[in-house]
Design a protein around this ligand. Structure first.
Ligand code: AMP
Length: 299
């Protein structure tokens, strides 16, 4: 199976000591999922489609993609732009984030409709998120949604995590409307209930799933932190109890790693219940370590 993940990866600057030393790593929701996919099942071909500049940090990110055995063959060159950045500040153990991503090269990832079309044609499963849609302008969103719709009509599986982040959007209404447009081109939707309840006012995880089914998805898995997961697919619906973990340290990328296992399962013919159990194992390990990209396996 060949999987294409579409979105933004940023430079992450994290403080190492009081003297002001920062470490540079790379992370971003759809990149994290691609990274965990390769960790979970090295046999799956995984590509990451983003926009990158031609400067030194863009080259570093290109190397990081390749080092993770993820293909950068479909990366879009945006020579006049560079990688978005965020910096983590630590105060009394609490992390806060500052972002410089408004002009990132990734915002141009949908600027070439033909390149996008070819990338989608070259894969079986295409994954994107609400953050992917948020960083694009109106034309870019249309181009991406149109290409995904065409891919789906061609028999590709489209998977979407709404990943609702209001600060990336002009206003709430636009966010809700575009997220539903993303769901309308998708077969599989992987939302997190806390966000959905906040912005769509869903009463419970089943209401979230029903809304995405009504938009046209056939499989919805509603994550809910340490609470039960609700899932529905053509094979039926159910809930899955998340196994408790000993020591939650950092929930960054919990959902991204969870999604990776579900995507891996889609191509393997395993049951959704088994995939969810595996996804809980991996994300349960990820929340017990610091950072987005944690070198653990669930096997
Ligand atoms: P979220 O996107 O925060 O709902 O989390 C995604 C998945 O990560 C959940 O479905 C769980 O499998 C796992 N997870 C997140 N938080 C916790 C936690 N506190 N304890 C155990 N697993 C968790």
């Amino acid at each position: 199976m060949k999987i294409l993940s579409i979105g933004e990866c940023m430079g992450e600057l994290s403080p190492q000591d009081e003297a002001g030393t920062f470490r540079l790593q790379f992370a971003g929701d759809t990149f994290n999922t691609a990274w965990y996919l390769k960790r979970f099942n090295g046999d799956i071909d995984v590509s990451f489609l983003t926009g990158l500049g031609t400067d030194a940090i863009s080259e570093k990110l290109r190397d990081a993609i390749s080092d993770a055995n993820i293909s950068a063959a479909h990366v879009v060159d945006v020579p006049d732009r560079t990688v978005g950045l965020y910096l983590i500040s630590l105060e009394n153990g609490e992390r806060s984030f500052s972002y410089w991503r408004g002009q990132s090269a990734a915002r141009r990832l949908a600027s070439d409709p033909n390149a996008l079309k070819h990338a989608i044609e070259d894969h079986d499963l295409i994954y994107f998120s609400g953050i992917t849609l948020a960083i694009l302008d109106a034309d870019g969103r249309d181009t991406l949604l149109c290409a995904l719709r065409a891919g789906r009509a061609d028999g590709k599986t489209i998977a979407f995590d709404p990943n609702l982040r209001l600060r990336l959007w002009d206003d709430t209404d636009t966010m809700l409307q575009v997220i539903m447009a993303g769901a309308a081109v998708s077969d599989v939707v992987l939302p997190s209930f806390e966000d959905e309840a906040t912005w769509f006012k869903d009463a419970d995880p089943k209401a979230t799933a029903d809304r995405y089914l009504a938009a046209g998805a056939s499989t919805v898995v509603v994550k809910n932190g340490s609470d039960d997961i609700y899932y529905v697919s053509p094979d039926g619906e159910g809930t899955h109890v998340v196994p408790p973990v000993a020591n939650v340290i950092d929930t960054t990328a919990a959902g991204d790693s969870f999604n990776a296992v579900i995507l891996a399962g889609l191509g393997e013919g395993t049951s959704l219940q088994d995939d969810i159990a595996e996804a809980c194992k991996l994300s349960g390990a990820v929340v017990q370590a610091r950072g987005a990209l944690v070198s653990v396996t669930s096997n």
